[in-house]
Write a protein that binds this ligand. Structure first.
Ligand code: KMH
Ligand code: ZN
Length: 274
């Protein structure tokens, strides 16, 4: 089986130090968490950034500073900035992460509107999605097609039919926000994507490691990290993102799947090395 790409979602936009004191806010903390994940086997860092007080931001300058700090300690890692940002941000605000220098090689593209808990709605209209896809294609950024529900795969395929995506496609199935975190749902998602596509699965909260194990066995890739789950086991907070990545690497080892380096991940994802 193909080597396993581990993505570490080290920060997110919703979790805070009140939830887990190791959640990074400052540039230094973000670099520390990225390095802990990289050292444990992460090839990709899914990146949100914050102001020093923890407020989520899509500021280009803040992204630029965090990317530079991460690359200093993880020189070959793939950085995947979020274009989702936080609930309520405008499209223009969110798109700042596609305007970095050098241009990111990878970024998320959220493929639909999601109920984000309580009264929160993460809005992605068709026009937003198609516009983001167009901009990412023009800038040569590989999109990770984030699907929080099964119908979002169909929206991604609509963008594909419009010629807005470059093959092979890469999907991230996020299970446990809107669609249930079951292997039945994951299998449906995997069976719904074009042949030759690659995919990652992210299980939210207590589903993180079960979904990771399922994805490892099914030949997909895995995302873990504080954005998705703050715990290493029931009732025990993870000390770092590295601890969560190391647990996935251990599961992969037990199941006989090797871990991909960043360059191997580029090859698997068809991301040209710059
Ligand atoms: N923070 C969520 C509202 C992404 O990174 O593209 C959106 C999110 C998805 O995390
Ligand atoms: Zn995210």
């Amino acid at each position: 089986m193909e080597k396993l790409i581990i993505t570490a979602a080290i920060c997110g936009a919703e979790v805070t130090k009140e939830h887990n004191p190791a959640v990074p806010y400052t540039v230094e903390e973000i670099a520390r968490e990225a390095k802990s994940a990289y050292d444990a086997g992460a090839a990709v860092i899914h990146l949100h950034v914050r102001l020093d007080d923890g407020t989520p931001t899509q500021s280009k300058e803040r992204f630029q500073a965090c990317v530079a700090a991460i690359l200093k300690v993880c020189p070959d890692v793939i950085i995947q900035p979020s274009t989702g940002g936080a609930v309520g941000m405008s499209d223009l605000e969110r798109l700042q992460s596609t305007e970095l220098t050098p241009t990111p090689e990878f970024a998320t593209l959220d493929c639909g509107t999601v109920n984000f808990g309580g009264d929160e709605i993460f809005v992605n209209t068709d026009n937003t999605i198609f516009n983001f896809a167009k901009i990412m294609k023009e800038r040569g950024i590989k999109p990770e097609l984030e699907c929080f529900d099964k119908g979002m795969i169909d929206i991604a395929l609509k963008a594909d039919r419009k010629g807005l995506l470059v093959h092979p496609l890469h999907f991230d199935f996020v299970l446990g926000v809107q669609m249930s975190a079951t292997l039945r749902d994951l299998a449906f998602c995997v069976g719904s994507i074009p042949p030759g596509s690659t995919w990652t699965a992210a299980g939210i909260g207590r589903h993180e490691f079960g979904i990771a194990a399922g994805a490892i066995v099914m030949g997909g890739h895995v995302r873990v990290g504080f954005e998705d789950n703050l715990y290493i086991e029931k009732g025990v907070l993870a000390k770092s993102n590295g601890e969560s990545v190391a647990k996935v690497a251990q599961i992969a080892k037990l199941l006989g799947r090797e871990i991909a380096s960043p360059d191997e991940a580029r090859e698997i994802l068809s991301i040209p090395k710059r």
